[in-house]
Write a protein that binds this ligand. Sequence first.
Ligand code: FAD
Length: 399
Amino acid sequence: MDFELEQSKDLQAFRKEVREWIEANLPPPISTRDRRKETLQDFKNAREFHRKLGAKGWRVPWAPKEYGGLGLSIEKTLIIDEELDKVEDTIASLDDNGPGVILPPILTYGTEEQKQTWARGIIEGRQIWWQGLTEPEAGSDLASAQTRAVPDGNDWLISGNKIFQGSGYEQDMYYVLAISHPDRPRHHNFSVFCFSLHLPGVSWSPMRLIATDRNSVYMDNVRVPSSAILGQPGQGWQVTQAQLEVEHGYGGAVRPDRVVPKVLDFMREGPKKGGPIAGDAVLRDRYVDNFIGSRVGVLFQLRNLSQRLNKQFGSYEGSQNILHDKVYGVQQAARNLEITGLYGLMDDEHEAPSYGDIEAHQRGSIVFTHPAGTIEVHKVIMARRIGMSATRERAAATV
Ligand SMILES: Cc1cc2nc3c(=O)[nH]c(=O)nc-3n(C[C@H](O)[C@H](O)[C@H](O)COP(=O)(O)OP(=O)(O)OC[C@H]3O[C@@H](n4cnc5c(N)ncnc54)[C@H](O)[C@@H]3O)c2cc1C
């Protein structure tokens, strides 16, 4: 079965245009291959590149034209994704939750004015957003969130503590789930508020995780106008489901696994380039398992993106996709270690194979079983949606 995009003349010409544009606009490569050491200048270069990408309409190419996108087809969206993926190793990360997870609820529930300011800001690459859901007592059980929004005239005063929040050198906007209607039952008591992260009363301190940095954010009577509410007051749970549906794997970007080819390079070159180990039957077997796992992941991503852009309502597919990535990621790390031995634990970007990317994957594979819902949570969601659970659940409306 051939899953490659159909190479019509039009698509071939489009790929060439994208490739040439990226080549002409790509910032200087990051000063370090160790993601933990990216500099402010690396970040600023990446930010500028995203602004250019946004101005071109290619940051969220499928997004509607009236908000700064181009309404491009799935084929063209995929081509842009594929070409950007090829240069991702050379660009710093913005850690921006905007295009992937905040945009869908804004497009689904926002007023025209909110779409023109917030959605456009994301699509054009002018705003970096943090996503404020998780709290010290509310991770998997998000409905236990305690952040409060208290009405004060035409304004609201927001107080609370969110954890595992974004990182990076610069940030602009915050998307916060808060209890606005404490007398209403669970799930009907929330609103979503969007506001500047630089308002008085907002502060944060670093959380250093083994794989990445996050922040703990504190809100102390942060004053926001009623126009900061996304959706209706009290509709926050529903609004957030529009976001989680996509965050849970229902049709985001299509990103082939980046470590699998690097491990193949290691096998071909051998430790310290001292001769191939690819002939070892056991290691080859481990590698093939990883190769298959990564291809299955891409097929789930392709199916989900296609369903989403063709407006076919998803069900269990998002969780199936992300569950595969998480479970496979942990298995993959164990197999990589079998293949590379201690070389897979070297993190010196000058000495380690693939600049330490295999080691970074070792650290990340465990941590990344948590964000966007844990393995157990996704099993629960799938069980509910395929009718294996006493509780039945349907997918939330989203774009
Ligand atoms: C790198 C990273 C980035 C993140 N980014 C963000 C972000 O940008 N914004 C944000 O708001 N949050 C973010 N998070 C938080 C993330 O969403 C939470 O970590 C996640 O929801 C899990 O919550 P928790 O860590 O509190 O684990 P807990 O909910 O305390 O779970 C602990 C363990 O218990 C299991 N468990 C919990 N409930 C059940 C159950 N009912 N049945 C079976 N098992 C269960 C879980 O699966 C898990 O293994 C991020 C986390 C990480 C690690």
